[in-house]
Design a protein around this ligand. Structure first.
Ligand SMILES: O=C(O)CCC(=O)C(=O)O
Length: 287
């Protein structure tokens, strides 16, 4: 599905979202942007930042490290990209993609997380399947006609044209129904119902946290690079920053600041539950 030229979902996209639970936008990033962000990801891995620390922290938690493996083909899972370049801030509300996020989620949203993942080519990684948003969101399923609670955009920076190339692998419709999670039947990217998506560098996948998904093994001989940006309803919590991301505000537009938690006043009870009066105008760009 080509990236939209309009600010709203097409009828086909609306139907795919309702039935399958995800969208694939072709050419969401231009070739020049793919090249730029790919080089940025190579640079980011040589800088300090947040990475998983399985020997020190529980699963899903990230520790501050001096750098990742500097080899651009090696595994990397870096969180909180916004400080590394203005372009990462501007990607938050990139036209054409953010417009669709607004159409899907409504205007009462915030930005919750940024991440770059490089899946190295290796014989040892089997892939995995999960939902996003931790233990609690896994057990919450909204209906086809509901707005989603939280949504992720995954930008491909490498072509993924064959199975077992680190494909984003999804179980269409699994956000709407119970899913096997037993130890005897651990969800995995090769079980019935799994769809390993193919795509080109610059494509973006849009999916709710509630859908079962994950990476396939990567035996392609080359690393698969992605950038992931997450959005959630305002009454939920961002999970790259515990309070409004004030250190970034002077580099942001008014809309980006709001998405990073700037409500225009010091915190008071009721905030994030009821939105500021200019929320809709600010999000839709009519302020
Ligand atoms: O494909 C990957 O590397 C992981 C993507 C994923 O499952 C996620 O971001 O939740």
């Amino acid at each position: 599905m080509l990236a939209n030229t309009t600010r709203a979902l097409t009828e086909v996209q609306r139907e795919q979202w309702a039935v399958d639970g995800y969208l694939q936008l072709e050419g969401a990033l231009s070739p020049a942007e793919v090249d730029f962000f790919s080089k940025q990801i190579d640079r980011v891995r040589t800088q300090p930042g947040y990475e998983p620390a399985p020997s020190r922290l529980p699963r899903g938690h990230y520790a501050w490290v001096d750098h990742a493996d500097p080899n651009p083909e090696a595994f990397m899972d870096r969180r909180d990209l916004l400080n590394y370049h203005q372009a990462f801030i501007d990607l938050i509300d990139r036209p054409r993609v953010f417009d669709l996020i607004l159409d899907l989620m409504g205007p009462y949203i915030q930005f919750s997380m940024s991440q770059a993942i490089v899946r190295a080519s290796t014989e040892t990684f089997p892939g995995y399947t999960h939902t996003d948003g931790g233990e609690a969101q896994r057990a919450i399923r909204v209906t086809e006609t509901s707005r989603p609670l939280a949504v992720k955009v995954m930008y491909l920076l490498t072509d993924v044209t064959e199975p077992d190339s680190g494909n984003f692998t999804i179980f269409p419709g699994s956000h709407l129904r119970p899913f096997p999670e037993r130890a005897e039947r651990i969800p995995n990217p090769h079980m019935p119902g799994a769809v390993p998506l193919l795509g080109k560098a610059g494509d973006a996948y849009v999916f709710p946290h509630a859908i079962w998904h994950g990476p396939s093994p990567n035996r392609s001989g080359k690393a698969r690079k992605t950038i992931l940006y997450n959005y959630c309803q305002m009454f939920m919590r961002p999970y790259d920053f515990g309070t409004p991301y004030a250190t970034l505000f002077e580099r942001c537009t008014a809309r980006q600041r709001r998405l990073l938690g700037d409500l225009g006043h010091d915190f008071r009870p009721g905030d994030f539950f009821y939105a500021p009066e200019d929320q809709v105008a600010l999000m839709t760009g009519t302020a």
